[in-house]
Design a protein around this ligand. Structure first.
Ligand code: G4P
Ligand code: NA
Ligand code: NA
Length: 191
């Protein structure tokens, strides 16, 4: 997605060879017009899949998911990272290990919102080692629903997330694939 790549070039900050900061439009401040376009792009790529729910993880996955769900005319659900006072049992949950933070989190969603009749599209802002996406996929499997695929706003193509998801037989659609962040420079994989 050309506009997204331009935004990354213009506003992204390369913090190291492996971390790209995009707080001005995705992870802190959010650009609603760009998110709308992101939603339209995901909706178009998955339009033939008869999706009934869009699933993401709080917090940065919510904006692109809402825009995608709006376009598809379905609800979106965000998995929670912390135990909620009102979300106590009747849950699907999964363990997500973050290599970046070197900690494990239990993520969960209520069984009320995904059932075996659903066709689920998983969306996230970043794909690095794929642990968040695999945790979301695990919960979709627990529910008996069908997984239509995974939509990612920014994929770090030099990490192994895509490989792990594709090994499970699922489709991954990324709107920008960063192939390198070396020497402070963002390089995209050609598409
Ligand atoms: P993984 O799920 O792909 O294995 O990723 P990892 O554990 O390494 O990522 C932990 C958090 O860092 C996630 O956000 C993920 O989206 C984010 N992240 C990973 N690599 C980058 C990067 O290069 N740039 C930015 N900006 N974020 C990255 P999170 O903790 O779930 O936070 P949030 O959703 O509340 O923003
Ligand atoms: Na995220
Ligand atoms: Na994030």
């Amino acid at each position: 997605m050309e506009r997204l790549k331009q935004k990354i070039i213009n506003e992204g900050k390369v913090l190291s060879d492996s971390v790209l900061k995009v707080d001005s439009f995705l992870n802190h401040q959010i650009d609603p017009v760009l998110m709308q376009e992101v939603g339209e792009e995901f909706a178009s790529r998955f339009q033939d899949e008869r999706i009934t729910k869009v699933l993401t993880l709080e917090s940065s996955g919510i904006a692109p998911s809402v825009m995608t769900a709006l376009r598809l005319g379905v609800p979106t659900i965000f998995a929670r990272k912390r135990k909620s006072l009102t979300l106590i049992d009747h849950l699907y949950s999964a363990e997500v290990y973050s290599y970046t933070k070197q900690e494990s989190n239990t993520i969960s969603i209520s069984k009320d919102y995904i059932t075996h009749d659903d066709v689920v599209l998983v969306i996230d802002d970043f794909l690095a080692n794929g642990q968040a996406a695999l945790g979301l996929i695990d919960m979709v499997k627990q529910s008996g629903a069908t997984l239509a695929g995974v939509g990612i706003v920014i994929e770090k193509g030099f990490q192994n997330g895509r490989k792990l998801i594709e090994q499970e037989g699922f489709r991954v659609e990324s709107l920008a694939i960063v192939s390198s962040l070396e020497n402070g420079k963002v390089t995209f994989k050609e598409d």
